[in-house]
Ligand binder design. Structure first.
Ligand code: PEP
Ligand code: MG
Length: 885
């Protein structure tokens, strides 16, 4: 029989920070803070195991749960001197969810639970403040009605707006206690009308209703979507935290806020946060009122005329600052905190590791190493490799003189241009058809997650740096500008207006999430500068990693970019990409149309100098490093036209008979070209193609070495090999070509011949193939395709359903299937090494840039991974993390 409830408060706790799986992140950290002696309102955590039980038992609870909850309530009562439902000293609680990993805005919160028509009188009397008590009660009905009873939030808002209009006031705070009393009756009527049930008056009923709602919210559509996007397993479940209420809305010496111990956007070591005087919990993040800065420094920087916490409540601020320092030192990481000040007394409601931008993450990690708080290895492990992508994002060209549309908060860095759109669904539609877009919203809510994911950038007119939009965008690495107060969005008309300029849906807009600027139209962008922190951290990573990182590059431009990002060679140059140039495609087509070897050779002779020039340039960029060049791989029909009109044009340009071209096209057509006449099979039917390409490679190697003085070692790679004899056949011709070039030029050079392992047969017979091959490169795109028997071209049609139905957790073309494809790699690597212990092993499929796949590559001791240029830094870091284990 399990223990289902853990209590905390008064300097002790039954749980601690290590129990995050059981208590959820929030519960575990509340327990830890209580044990540290920090001011935490007493409470209890109902474990995630109850959530699991709930869903395994038709939404019912373990039989012991009620007694455990009651015992914990007694303990809270003893600590606070208040009792649930007591007409004199009523206990009020908050009920919040808390999963293992924070899911911002996904789960629901109820505050002020325990209020009813009777206890509200006691609250008013104890506080000596009617207005506060009735404001709290109406908030409770609103939140409870919305979250637990399914009454639309808007129904309450409409009543509130009507009341404000009637009284002729703008702010909630201008309404009196009597106004709230009237509104409370209105709210109760709304609840009855919309849910068919009266608002519950018994605090125990209220509590169990709220607990059920939190567990229920684990399975809401938006929570499910969020988990899918973040690969959070369904079975984790959420905990429920029930905690004695403290009030930030008890007048001018009360406040509530959120803070980060360091700036989450830049990483600067400065306390950073926002608060509201006389407000309750959700007001700050909901973005309804624009919050104030916590520190005086931030207030001055922002040019705000609203007083900082440092000035308005200096004692509470000083205490808060101490708590921040204690927590940061204790957790050795940046903390994201929620607090409430009730009549000058500070209470901590939450601490967790702060989400941060990639730029901030780097600066914080490097600073913390310098401060002696963490080691270099820890710093390396703290950076999510994929997040480096954010740093490689383009930024607005400083020489551009764009039209400023608005300026607001720089909520998440990076710049983005795209069409203005106003709904999540529109953003998804535009993204699906490849049209960049900026999602413009008054504020965002968790329902907008999918649209935020699809959009290139996010722009909101309400809310601060900790609003939903800002927090979620930073997590996603999406550029975001928020809190543009002067900008008006009209959803009905589909317009956005600022300073007299109106943009319509579909107009182009550019946002700069690093400065908070918004521009009309599409603004030119620049490649990003990588900071000193980046260099230092990558330096530490390079020192720790064992695997080399190469790049997949076909052009000198890509190769140059990759080298700047730290690539240590080329792992895959796909030569077919060199034939699509307008001046080359014609001789290529001539070659394909040729009737005999002699005329094929004549066409290839035209291609040779071009190909040689390509390789020479590539070798010059990669001077001194290894370069793997793959012989022609795709089926030939990819190079010839298919429609009648195109055939006509091409035949004319070639001076050939259109009929002949048409016949050739239909002769080359295949039902399944992915498994067809491609790869090594081309070199076997047309060896002269392989000979031309090898010659171009060797002549280029000589030419580039003479220019740079730093020869590359070309690695000639034969694709799609399944048999040793296939490789033997081609290798013989490559070697003969090398000898010929050497004799003709009088130059010697070093080269290697190897193969791609992209067929199961190759992996299973790697020992035999290794007798011929000096290196293997695992082509995991094709190897995934051929292992699963799933076509790379068409898999999208059904892989979506596989993911949705949890038949697979990740797309195997994105992240390596370690059980199947990985097993083949393991066999291939072992068998290859048995025959040739020094065989060079690498990976050049898309997986070479995926951190989880890279982790696997480390376990089978590959020598290098190869990935696209922009993923080279990601792979360097992931390889270091893999080596650190
Ligand atoms: C592969 O199959 O993994 C590979 C790198 O080759 P391509 O993607 O060009 O087929
Ligand atoms: Mg391939």
């Amino acid at each position: 029989m399990g223990k289902w409830v853990y209590t905390f408060g008064d300097g002790t706790a039954e749980g601690d920070a290590s129990q995050r799986n059981l208590l959820g992140g929030k519960g575990a950290n509340l327990a830890e803070m209580a044990s540290l002696g920090l001011p935490v309102p007493p409470g209890m955590t109902i474990t995630t195991e109850v959530c699991t039980y709930f869903y395994e038992h038709e939404q019912s609870y373990p039989p012991e749960l009620e007694a455990e909850v009651n015992a914990a309530l007694d303990q809270i009562a003893a600590s606070t001197g208040r009792t649930f439902g007591d007409p004199k000293l009523p206990l009020l609680v908050s009920v919040r969810s808390g999963a293992r990993i924070s899911m911002p805005g996904m789960m629901d919160t109820v505050l002020n639970l325990g209020l009813n028509d009777e206890t509200v009188l006691a609250l008013a009397e104890n506080a000596g403040d009617d207005r506060f008590a009735y404001d709290s009660y109406r908030r409770f009905i609103q939140m409870y009605g919305d979250v637990v009873m399914g009454v639309e939030h808007k129904s309450f808002e409409d009543k509130l707006e009507a009341m404000k209009e009637e009284r002729g006031v703008d702010l909630d705070t201008d309404l009196s206690a009597d106004d709230w009393k009237v509104l409370i009756e209105d709210y109760k009527a709304v609840v009855l009308a919309e849910s068919g049930k009266p608002f519950p008056q018994d605090p125990k009923d209220q509590l169990w209703g709220a607990i059920g709602a939190v567990f229920g919210s684990w399975r809401t559509e938006r929570a499910v979507v969020y988990r899918r996007l973040h690969q959070i397993p369904e079975r984790w479940g959420t905990a429920v935290n029930v905690q004695a209420m403290v009030f930030g809305n008890m007048g001018e010496t009360s406040a509530t806020g959120v803070a980060f111990t360091r700036n989450p956007s830049t990483g600067e070591n400065q306390l950073y946060g926002e608060f509201l005087i006389n407000a309750q919990g959700e007001d700050v993040v909901a973005g309804i009122r624009t919050p104030q800065d916590i520190t005086e420094r931030a207030r001055i920087e922002a040019g705000s005329d609203k007083p900082s916490l440092e000035r308005s409540l200096p004692d509470a601020f000083a205490q808060f600052k101490d708590v921040c320092d204690t927590l940061e030192r204790h957790y050795r990481d940046v903390q994201d905190l929620e607090f409430t000040i009730e009549r000058g007394k500070l209470w901590m409601l939450q601490t967790r590791s702060g989400k941060r931008t990639a730029k901030a993450a780097l600066k914080i990690a490097v600073d913390m190493v310098d401060e002696g708080l963490i080691t270099e290895a820890e710093a390396i492990k703290r950076i999510e490799p994929a997040s480096l992508d954010q740093l490689l994002h383009p930024m607005i060209d400083p020489s551009a003189k764009p039209d400023q549309f608005a300026k607001a908060l720089p909520a998440s860095p990076g710049a983005a241009s795209g069409e203005v759109c106003f709904t999540s669904a529109e953003a998804e539609r535009l993204a699906a058809s490849g049209r960049p877009c900026v999602l413009c919203r008054i504020e965002t809510s968790p329902e907008d997650i999918a649209g935020m994911h699809a959009a290139d950038g996010i722009f909101t007119t309400r809310g601060g740096m900790t609003s939903h939009a800002a927090v979620v965008a930073r997590g996603m690495g999406k550029p975001c500008v928020s809190g543009a107060g002067g900008v008006k969005i009209d959803y009905a008309k589909g317009t956005i207006t600022a300073g007299g300029v109106t943009l319509k849906k579909g107009d182009k807009i550019t946002i700069d999430g690093g400065t908070g600027e918004v521009f009309v139209g599409e603004v030119p962008m620049l490649k990003p500068e990588l900071s000193g922190d980046f260099e230092r951290l990558m330096g530490w990573a390079d020192a720790k990693r064992r695997m080399k990182v190469r790049t997949n590059a076909d052009t000198p431009h890509d190769a140059k970019t990759a080298r700047e990002f730290g690539a240590e060679g080329i792992g895959l140059c796909r030569t077919e990409h060199m034939f699509f140039d307008p001046e080359r495609i014609m001789p290529m087509r001539e070659m394909i149309l040729a009737d005999d070897t002699a005329s094929r050779r004549a066409a290839l002779d035209k291609l040779l100098p071009m190909q040689r020039e390509d390789f020479t340039q590539l070798f010059e960029v990669m001077a001194g490093l290894p370069v793997t060049i793959r012989l022609l791989d795709p089926p030939l029909h990819e190079f010839i036209p298919h429609t009648d009109k195109e055939i006509e044009e091409v035949a004319k340009a070639l001076g050939a008979d259109p009929e002949k071209l048409k016949n050739r096209a239909s002769a080359l057509a295949e039902f399944n070209p992915m498994l067809g006449h491609r790869g090594v099979r081309l070199a076997i039917t047309y060896p002269e193609i392989a000979e031309m390409q090898s010659r171009a490679i060797f002549e280029a190697a000589i030419a580039a070495a003479q220019k740079t003085g730093a020869p590359v070692v070309p690695e000639v790679m034969v694709p799609l090999v399944g048999l040793k004899s296939e490789l033997e056949f081609v290798k013989k011709r490559i070697d003969a070509t090398a000898r010929a070039v050497s004799e003709e030029t009088g130059q010697t050079f070093t080269y290697q011949v190897g193969t791609m392992v992209e067929l199961p047969r190759a992996a299973l017979n790697a020992d035999k193939i290794a007798e011929e091959a000096e290196f293997f490169s695992f082509g995991t795109n094709d190897l995934t395709q051929t292992t699963f028997g799933i076509s790379r071209d068409d898999a999208g049609v059904f892989l979506g359903s596989y993911l949705k139905e949890s038949i697979i957790d990740v797309d195997p073309f994105v992240s390596l299937d370690t059980e199947g494809v990985g097993e083949l790699i393991k066999i291939g690597a072992e068998k290859g090494r048995q025959v040739r212990p020094d065989i060079k092993l690498g990976i050049c499929g898309e997986h070479g840039g995926d951190p989880n796949s890279i982790k696997f590559c480390e376990t089978v001791n590959l020598d290098y991974v190869s990935c696209s240029p922009f993923r080279v830094p990601i792979a360097r870091l992931a390889a270091a993390q893999a080596a650190l284990g």
